[in-house]
Design a binder for this molecule. Structure first.
Ligand code: PAF
Length: 289
């Protein structure tokens, strides 16, 4: 595995690979890698000749008072893990590489509409921060494919929009959520949970699964199912921000004909903000209106 810390080094390796005709798969991360990230790398290795992982904690996707300063940095352990998993290239830039003019007046990529709902309502500016840094990374890594986890489902759709709307020649692949044995979706932020909270955290997934079952049985009861989900999380000690049933394709509010739905939630447990989602295929919502 090679590691580069600047854009010049990245360009040198990418140019060489391109001249050899190698295909490139890219997994952008903020480090503190877990089995979810490694599942993306494994798929990347299957799909392309060369694999690139970036590790960069992107300041502009964190809001005021969020965990940018305390976000876990584990570069040495990540680097060892990536080398053990046969990564070809690790790109670990510092702030100056990606924000040469500073962050305050930096050019931004905005995805209107999709960025303002669900997580975007509670984290204003977050998805513009994600869209901006992912655009910078894709422009420089020039991958054929880029892989993202479906735990951050709204992020995945925002990135699909960036790639489509900016006409970027890259295929975006969403990969299934990787869960702990008790159902908790893997996340770097799970490290913020104390033991008691950690034992409670799988209730998020259990609540989503119960809601999915209800939705399959009663697809016309969406407002009630959403309210029940909020209440179930609240009464277990979570502080849920939203618990919503949406059209999987674009996160719009579903209509009676939609069959491919997602239930998405974000909830605080202690100092950890946890997000999760499940997909639900409903037979038909129209018969029981
Ligand atoms: O999902 C993440 O880790 C980050 O949001 C990403 C896509 C690497 C952008 O900073």
């Amino acid at each position: 595995m090679e590691t580069v810390f600047d854009l010049a080094g990245l360009h040198r390796v990418i140019s060489k690979w391109k001249s050899e005709g190698a295909s490139i798969a890219f997994v952008p991360t903020m480090g503190n890698l877990h089995a979810g990230h490694y599942s993306l790398l494994e798929r990347a290795r299957e799909l392309a000749d060369k694999t690139v992982v970036s590790i960069f904690v992107n300041p502009i996707q964190f809001g005021k008072g969020e965990d940018y300063e305390s976000y876990p940095s584990t570069l040495e352990a990540d680097s060892n893990g990536l080398a053990d998993n046969d990564l070809d290239l690790l790109f670990a830039p510092d702030l100056n590489q990606l924000y040469p003019g500073g962050v305050a007046t930096d050019t931004r990529v905005e995805v209107p509409g999709l960025s303002d709902i669900l997580c975007g309502r509670f984290r204003p500016g977050h998805f513009s921060g994600v869209a901006t840094v992912v655009a910078k990374l894709l422009i420089n890594v020039q991958p054929d494919i880029a892989l993202f986890g479906e735990k951050d489902y709204q992020q995945l759709l925002v990135i699909r929009r960036v790639v489509t709307d900016l006409c970027m020649p890259v295929e975006v692949i969403g990969m299934p959520i990787v869960r702990e044995a008790d159902g908790l979706a893997m996340s770097s932020r799970n490290a913020y949970l104390n033991l008691k909270e950690r034992n409670k955290a799988p209730l998020i997934y259990a609540t989503l699964q119960r809601a999915a079952q209800r939705l399959r049985e009663s697809p016309h009861q969406i407002p009630a199912i959403e309210a029940e989900g909020m209440k179930a999380l609240e009464s277990s000690g979570f502080k849920p921000e939203y618990f919503s049933v949406r059209r999987s394709e674009n996160l719009a509010e579903p209509n009676a004909l939609d069959k491919k739905l997602s239930i998405l939630t974000a909830a605080w447990l202690g100092s950890a903000r946890l997000i999760d989602n499940v997909k639900v295929l409903v037979d038909s919502q129209s018969e029981s209106q």
